[in-house]
Ligand binder design. Structure first.
Ligand code: GLU
Length: 421
């Protein structure tokens, strides 16, 4: 509860700009370029009606932000959540720009969101909302312009509706307008698991660097959606002991560990991880502070703050979520000798396999899962080692190191293209 109240007060856009400023300062970025990269290129706000099941009309508010298009089309997910705001979407769009640059895929950064709790809507209402939102943002999206993907509370089904709506408007099927689609519609093998798989690749690299044995590690995961649940399953398969997980309703803890596959089955039936037999219920705030070796925040922004950072026990923190740690908390963790794999590196597996999906759609040629994961592994390991090297030579934490790499790449692309007109 305390964490929730603090999180709600911190503006993610201010956090994103603060992180950027830190890197821009260190890079002695040209002042003009700095002003350009500090703001999003485009921000679209839409208010649109949806006919509800009871016959009434409700008006929803949504956004699509394109932060930077210097290195390619905008890329980034769409989030459905009651707390979405323009500032949150701006931050998420900026983080996508840096994320794509860290792993070296040819996209700029974008993000979308709708203010809605989709759990309170029927399937038909969510479909209506999605199709109308897709129509409203169709002035921005397109396979060469801006390519959405799933994010918090959106799925491959959401992407199928967006792809269908866009295709109906242009009169032919355009699979490459979104990624994270169902496989029969041109989705990629391995995309559903990609965010978690990429995070696990970076955790293995980090554990090797720190001399930690991943098979004897105790792991806590905050968030049990696409990123968190699959990360828990993959870590369990690696031999780690999963001792705590949580979702938006609360968390569970058991010092001896439990099988995350069984928790997933429990959650499918009960719509919560809480009450899973043999475990003790804990809060989301408590989960972050449990005595563990590896902590994987895989939920929302601003979870690790100056308030709770001193009490984090994990030696290694892998940010599967976007923006889970504030800059003040970063300093505290770094001084305490904690190793944080920053979001723009740790969770970049999702957008990397989105890039593979987009390439496969454009080429009409599809790869098997072994090929996808081999390419993903190579990209994640390369990005991890360049970031680690930067962190060691510049004597900065891994986040600042990743920013130094990313911001420089985007700055180079932007300046070599030149200022139009
Ligand atoms: N929503 C994911 C992210 O935050 C994936 C974005 C994408 O695949 O475009 O990275």
């Amino acid at each position: 509860m305390v964490t929730e109240k603090i999180a709600a007060k911190i503006n993610p856009w201010h956090v994103a700009q603060q992180q950027f400023d830190l890197a821009a300062e260190r890079l002695h970025l040209d002042p003009g370029l700095r002003k350009v990269l500090r703001e999003p290129q485009r921000e679209l706000t839409v208010h649109f009606p949806v006919k509800m099941d009871d016959g009434t009309v409700q008006v929803f508010t949504g956004y699509r932000v394109q932060h930077n298009l210097g290195r390619g089309p905008a890329k980034g997910g769409i989030r459905y959540h009651q707390d979405v705001s323009l500032d949150e979407v701006k931050a998420l769009a900026m983080w996508m720009t840096w994320k794509c640059a860290v792993v070296g895929i040819p996209f700029g950064g974008g993000k979308g969101g709708v203010i809605v709790d989709p759990k309170k809507l029927s399937m038909r209402e969510v479909e209506g909302l999605t199709r109308r939102y897709a129509t409203e943002i169709s002035i921005l999206i397109g396979p060469e312009r801006d390519i959405p993907a799933p994010d918090v509370n959106t799925t491959s089904q959401t992407m199928a509706w967006i792809m269908d709506t866009y295709s109906m408007h242009v009169g032919h099927t355009v699979p490459a307008v979104v990624t994270g689609k169902p496989i029969p519609l041109g989705g990629s093998e391995g995309r559903n698991e990609a965010t978690a798989q990429g995070a696990v690749y970076t955790l293995i690299d980090a554990a090797n660097h720190l001399g930690m044995d991943i098979t004897h590690s105790r792991v806590a995961v905050q968030g049990f959606g696409n990123a968190g649940a699959i990360a828990a399953q993959l870590m369990h398969a690696q031999g780690s002991t999963i001792i705590a997980v949580s979702d938006s309703t609360g968390g569970i803890f058991k010092a001896e560990g439990f099988d995350p596959n069984a928790v997933l089955a429990w959650k499918k039936e009960h719509h919560t991880v809480c009450g899973f037999p043999g475990t003790k219920d804990i809060t989301n705030a408590e989960l972050l502070e449990v005595d563990c070796d590896i902590l994987i925040p895989a939920a929302l922004e601003n979870q690790i703050t100056a308030e709770n950072a001193p009490r984090i026990k994990a030696r290694l923190i892998g940010e599967a979520a976007n923006g889970p740690t504030t800059p003040e908390a970063d300093d505290i963790l770094y001084k305490a000798g904690k190793f944080v794999i920053p979001d723009i590196l740790c969770n970049a597996g999702g957008v990397t396999v989105s890039y593979f999906e987009w390439v496969q759609d454009l080429e009409r040629d599809f790869w098997d899962v072994a090929h996808v994961n081999e390419k993903l592994h190579r990209i994640m390991t390369r990005a991890f080692s360049s970031t680690l090297e930067m962190s060691l030579t510049e004597k900065v934490n891994m986040r600042t190191a990743a920013y130094l790499l990313a911001v420089q790449r985007v700055a180079d692309a932007t300046s070599v293209r030149g200022l139009y007109p």
